[in-house]
Design a protein around this ligand. Structure first.
Ligand SMILES: Cc1ncc(COP(=O)(O)O)c(C=O)c1O
Length: 394
């Protein structure tokens, strides 16, 4: 056996040779449309802080007040003595925001998926997932021990074939869970939620939808695409994160009171983990309050920025943007890194997204617009993009 560090060094060398090596960058400022690194300011096109709340005064004050009232730490898991009134308040507000009976918070979105899916499903059941769902959903599905089937991205025909098979396979004892995202994190497109609801109802499956990248941005209340499409009562399990449009950190499940009571009793990442810290719960609560007042206005700003970006990237397209995420497909990992570096040199933060976040050979730049960008900021993307592909950008 080789010494551990030697073995790991060799593995990392291989990763480096494949242009898949990853490194942390130290950001010296708060999050926003502009960030500072190494004493230089960059226009930030990589953040999920879509509505610009992570550094908003009211949201920061929510975090500070929570720390003043409840301290820095939650002290224990929710089921011991860590279930602070603040958590209960936040969950009530999240349930109202999502238009459902109840909600339950987890420390991260990742822990939400990892706790929820395995306690709902087990061997003898079937989980069906879209090929492009987030790693947390896939990992949760794998952990459950249920049979896992993957359908090509948004391919309703293939999904139906799998559901027919699953229906026969589980018989009268087992269950089927269909999992998707409403807006896909690395492609920025939407799932055909109405059609998915029709299919899951035809085959008696349950539906779990991760709204990480749509909560805050769609619907009258701004709670997500499920609300916008009027499907709140047809989606059994709504998942969300607090770390994107809500500018804080954490994850949640929204649904029926029974679902939430069940998760409190069975979800291992909820039961065996210290309760979310007061600062992030306080910040999320303040963000929800702020969105009641300013959400519609903020959404209007970011959607018009997204439209501007789309016009630049796809001048011939007449469609409106499906989300605030714009993938710029490069393919080759090394080329994507190179292009990202060109952006960085121009003062623009546009990271290269590579395997395993996306499939090998599907490397891309993931450009997100957030509240705080200007049309001039978006214009700055034009020249580095043109240097890469003259025919794609006018
Ligand atoms: C679609 C999706 N689901 C879940 C998560 C995980 O959320 P969190 O960052 O809160 O762990 C992410 C975030 O990165 C995501 O993009």
């Amino acid at each position: 056996m080789k010494p551990l560090s030697q073995e790991l060094f060799a593995r990392l060398e291989k990763q480096r040779a494949d242009h898949l090596y990853r490194q942390l960058r130290s950001v010296d400022s708060a999050q926003g449309a502009r960030i500072e690194m190494n004493r230089r300011e960059f226009i930030n096109f990589s953040s999920n802080d879509y509505l610009g709340l992570a550094n908003h005064e009211a949201v920061k004050e929510g975090a500070l007040k929570a720390v003043r009232d409840y301290g820095a730490g939650s002290g224990a898991s929710r089921l011991i003595c860590g279930s602070l009134k603040l958590h209960h308040l936040l969950e009530e507000q999240l349930a109202a925001f999502k238009g459902v009976e109840a909600a339950l918070c987890f420390s991260t979105g990742y822990a939400t998926a990892l706790g929820t899916i395995p306690c709902l499903m087990a061997s003898g059941d079937v989980i069906v997932v879209d090929k492009l769902v987030h790693a947390s959903l896939l990992d949760g599905a794998r952990l459950s021990g249920a049979k896992l089937r993957v359908f090509q991205h948004n391919d309703l025909g293939e999904l139906e074939t799998i559901l027919q098979w699953a229906d026969k396979t589980v018989g009268s004892e087992g269950n089927i869970l269909l999992i998707t995202e409403s807006v896909f994190s690395m492609d920025g497109d939407q799932a055909p939620l109405r059609e998915l609801v029709a299919l899951k109802e035809r085959y008696g499956a349950w539906l779990m939808v991760d709204e990480a990248h749509s909560a805050g941005l769609f619907g009258q209340r701004g709670s997500g695409l499920i609300e916008e499409l009027g499907l709140v009562n047809q989606v059994e399990i709504q998942m969300g994160t607090l770390g994107k449009s809500l500018g804080s950190a954490g994850g949640y499940i929204a649904g029926s009171r029974t679902l939430v009571d069940y998760l409190i009793n069975r979800a291992r990442s909820f039961i065996f983990s210290t309760a979310p810290n007061p600062a992030s719960s306080g910040a999320a609560l303040a963000a929800l309050k702020l969105l009641e007042k300013e959400g519609a206005e903020r959404r209007q700003v970011v959607w018009s920025l997204a439209q501007e970006l789309r016009r630049m990237l796809l001048p011939l397209s007449k469609e409106s943007p499906a989300s605030l995420i714009h993938p710029y497909l490069v393919g080759d990992e090394q080329q994507a890194l190179c292009l990202s570096k060109t952006f960085l040199e121009a003062g623009l933060m546009v990271p290269a997204i590579r395997y395993p976040t996306v499939r090998k050979g599907q490397a891309r730049l993931r450009i997100t617009v957030t509240h705080g960008h200007t049309i001039k900021d978006i214009e700055c993307l034009r020249s580095p993009l043109q240097s890469f592909s003259k025919d794609r950008i006018q």
